[in-house]
Structure formats: C-alpha cells, structure tokens
Design a protein around this ligand. Structure first.
Ligand code: F3S
Length: 61
C-alpha cells in the first residue's frame, strides 16, 4: 500500500492532482494516502503520482 512520508512532503499537490482517488491534502497542507488498498483500476495513476512527486515522498510499504 502507498504511504506519504510526511517529513518529506513539501505539499506541492501533484499527487492529488494526478490521483485524487488515492491521495488528498490534509489540513496541514500535506498529502495523505487515504485509500488502502488501492483499487486495481487506480494502481496505474497511483504509481504515476508516486513517480511525479518531486521529493519522492510517496512510498510503497
Ligand atoms: Fe507531497 Fe509529493 Fe504529493 S510533495 S503533496 S507527496 S506530490
């Protein structure tokens, strides 16, 4: 499942823009992965969001 390393996230919002079904911004302006497990049809866009993060804050754990 995907997770956002909060200490790394700079709040750029790209993950939410690419895959809002899995990632959203919280009240602190940081991303969180709120859909686990990721539905099969969203795997590709979730991976794209992880790849696009400029600080590699999205990890698979
Ligand atoms: Fe943060 Fe990366 Fe998303 S910086 S807002 S986890 S694209």
């Amino acid at each position: 499942m995907y997770a956002v390393v909060e200490s790394s996230c700079i709040g750029c919002g790209s993950c939410e823009a690419v895959c809002p079904e899995v990632f959203r911004m919280n009240d602190e302006g940081l991303a969180e992965a709120y859909t686990n497990p990721v539905p099969a049809e969203k795997e590709e866009s979730a991976k794209e969001a992880a790849d696009i993060c400029p600080v590699n804050a999205i990890v698979l754990d």
